[in-house]
Design a protein around this ligand. Structure first.
Ligand code: PMP
Length: 354
């Protein structure tokens, strides 16, 4: 469970780089904390667990993950509570999801002591890197890639697991404009959409770029068969408030099971709100906007908690969503609640903080 049972070699950086970072201006994913955790899967087991200075890897040009894409990742955030303890939000869900991704990609699965032990030890070593300003956090990136140097298309026998972290600031943006994608797909039944594998993100960039060239910020992904049902938005799960109920697409093999999605549904239920996880058609959403029955549309993900949308473009026509209210909208209340929970300002009634 913890570092007590996991042998981790610690090689500390000679000099911390923390003074070089302006914690008042933290762009996402550009500053890396001093250390990283690394473990290798060799001869059927995880070994060589180390915490070392954040630095380059030396890789073979024939590294199988570079060719055939056995590469998966996770994303979560660490916060400091008011007594200065480093807190993680539901990290076991990320651990489990990483193993689900690993199984789908035919990769080695992680043991809980390697994932959690490595994570906890790394956060202890780099605890000073967890920002304390409101809305800021330490973004944690666990990932794994195949390391066989072999050009046959076959599952690698060796893997590297690594965790590094980045201090990140508050994420503010104007409510994004979304375009319903009806030509390209992110995932398909029987495919790998529910896995957090690198290729899913590579494949989504081109259609997203096309939408951005048309003036939108992000895409709403629809089902691969008919482009009739809504699945996700950008790299977030998507939710709607329709007739006062919280409505979201049910998860499937083409939808990533978001930690934030699950948390929001549980919180909403605990607030007495009706929650529906089911097929959500584009027609229902457009009709809901036109009749005023749909009052909110927002994305749910680790990066922002909840991200309200301003407009949905479908078949060349733009539909304006009701103006986002930072005071009494569900998306705003949930974002504040999540933020207070993660920084220990309110009781952890769900037992989610680690
Ligand atoms: N869907 C996709 C495709 C994602 O990449 C993410 C971000 N991990 C999410 C949904 C939201 O998941 P989470 O709430 O666990 O961040």
């Amino acid at each position: 469970m913890t570092t007590d049972v996991l042998q981790i070699e610690l090689r500390k950086a000679e000099r911390s780089r923390i003074q070089e970072v302006d914690f008042n201006h933290l762009p996402f994913g550009k500053h890396f904390s001093d250390h990283m955790f690394v473990a290798d899967f060799i001869d059927g087991q995880w070994q060589n667990q180390m915490i070392v200075p954040f630095d380059n890897f030396t890789l073979s040009p024939a590294l199988s993950s570079l060719h055939y894409g056995q590469s998966i990742f996770e994303g979560m955030k660490a916060f400091k509570n008011e007594s200065g303890e480093v807190m993680l939000f539901r990290p076991f869900m990320n651990f489990e999801r990483m193993n689900e991704s690993a199984r789908r990609m035919c990769m080695a699965t992680l043991t809980e002591d390697v994932f959690m032990g490595g994570l906890e030890a790394l956060l202890r070593v780099d605890a000073d890197w967890v920002p304390t300003a409101p809305e800021s956090s330490l973004y944690v990136r666990p990932y794994m890639f195949a390391t066989d140097t072999y050009l046959g298309v076959a599952p690698s026998k060796t893997y590297r697991f690594c965790i590094f972290t980045c201090p990140v600031g508050a994420y503010y943006s104007n409510p994004p404009k979304l375009k319903v994608e009806t030509e390209y797909i992110r995932s398909a039944p029987g495919g790998v959409g529910y896995a957090k594998c690198a290729g899913n993100y590579a494949g989504s960039m081109y259609p997203t770029l096309l939408a951005q060239q048309q003036g939108y910020d992000q895409l709403i992904w629809t089902d691969a068969r008919e482009h009739k049902y809504i699945e996700e938005s950008g790299t977030m799960n998507i939710m709607f408030v329709i007739d006062g109920k919280l409505v979201t697409p049910a998860t499937s093999d083409s939808i990533l099971k978001g930690v934030t999605r699950d948390s929001i549904l549980q919180i909403a239920r605990s607030w007495g709100m009706e929650v529906e996880e089911r097929l959500v058609s584009i027609e229902e959403v457009i009709n809901g906007i036109e009749t005023g029955r749909l009052t909110e549309a927002f994305g749910a993900g680790t990066a922002v908690g909840s991200s309200p949308y301003s407009l949905i473009g479908y078949n060349g026509k733009d539909y304006m969503l009701p103006e986002f209210s930072p005071e009494d909208s569900f998306a705003a209340r949930i974002r504040n609640y999540l933020s207070d929970l993660r920084t220990g300002k309110i009781d952890d009634t769900f037992g989610w903080m680690h």
